[in-house]
Ligand binder design. Structure first.
Ligand code: CUA
Length: 326
């Protein structure tokens, strides 16, 4: 197993919801897609078996059977009428099954804008009028049972948003906003993954959708909307200075401080997230220090430069600071 595969494999033990199973729906939208997938698969099995049977007759059947198989009637029935009937009825049924998935929004949805970026997810929570509330990254907190409306876009190349247990894939296209609706049946953590090749670390572009009870969601979002906590220990205070001295704030925002960069993920509440590096590492002090020291070893090609010039003490300080950003 390659190191990257191993990291991803190892992560599945540390993070709930990862890797996401693709045939285990947890909401009405994905349930319909799963039903459709099984129906298409079953139809494919039936047709394959009929063809195999015809081949067997052609090879091993007696002369009379072979003659009937080669008759004009069978060509018309098996080669024209049956495919038209079967494929048309599957098409009509499939479209009607999933028709409401593209119905226009009603205005009751929880609205969130997600922008695919090379190679992470910018998450912007919106109010009912669609105004921006605050930014977060790589984790999407929603209310279970409530319709969700995502506004999907991209900052650079085409990405594809996919949460297998909740909803089908939808492309994120630069300069466009694609709307995606879905509902999660119950609270839980649902893994997601970029499903369109978007450059080097595409396979390491994951995220989490966390569905909460509505009251709990209000709490979670209220905490995320707050400015960052000031560092609580001398080491974390030193870490904040190391963070500032190394220019981290040019790419990352920490609300309530002078760090206001927009190129990379917002770090205001980085320690509250389940994963680091867009769904690829568990989030703890060790992985924070390792990521800062050289994220290129972990996620080759990502846009954060290595900081190998930092001393061990500085790395520990900076990770103490980041770990306090809950
Ligand atoms: Cu983003 Cu693949």
């Amino acid at each position: 197993m390659s190191p990257l595969t191993y990291i991803r494999f190892d992560l599945s033990k540390g993070l709930s919801g990862w890797p996401p199973p693709v045939l285990d729906p947890a909401g009405p939208y994905s349930r319909e897609i799963t039903t459709l997938a099984w129906a298409l698969f079953a139809m494919g099995v039936v047709v394959t078996m009929l063809v195999a049977l015809a081949v067997a007759v052609a090879l091993f059947g007696d002369a009379r059977a072979k003659k009937r198989l080669g008759g004009e009637k069978l060509i018309w029935v098996g080669g024209v009428i049956a495919p038209v009937v079967v494929l048309s009825s599957l098409l009509v049924w499939g479209l009607s099954l999933t028709a409401h998935q593209t119905r226009p929004p009603t205005g009751d949805e929880q609205r969130i804008r997600i922008s695919g970026e090379m190679w992470w997810w910018r998450v912007t929570y919106l109010d009912d009028q669609g105004r921006e509330l605050f930014h977060d990254a790589n984790e999407i907190h929603i209310a279970a049972g409530r319709p969700i409306l995502l506004e999907l876009t991209s900052a650079d190349v085409i990405h594809s948003f996919w949460v297998p247990r909740l909803v089908g894939k939808l492309d994120m296209v630069p300069g466009r906003v694609n709307q995606l609706s879905f509902t999660a049946d119950a609270p839980g953590t649902y893994g997601g993954q970029c499903a369109e090749y978007c450059g080097g670390p595409h396979a390491l572009m994951g995220f989490m959708v966390v569905a909460h009870e509505p009251d709990k969601l209000q709490e979670v979002l209220a905490a995320k909307a707050e400015a960052a906590r000031p560092p609580a220990t001398p080491e974390a205070m030193r870490g904040e200075a190391v963070f500032a001295d190394n220019g981290c704030g040019a790419c990352h925002a920490v609300r309530g401080t002078s760090a206001n960069g927009l190129a990379g993920p917002d770090l205001t509440h980085v320690a509250a997230r389940m994963s680091l590096g867009a769904g690829i590492l568990p989030n703890n002090r060790g992985t924070l220090a390792g990521w800062v020291a050289n994220s290129q070893d972990i996620k080759p090609g990502n846009r954060m430069p290595p900081y190998q010039q930092l001393s061990g003490a500085d790395l520990l300080a900076i990770s103490a600071y980041l770990e306090g950003l809950k």
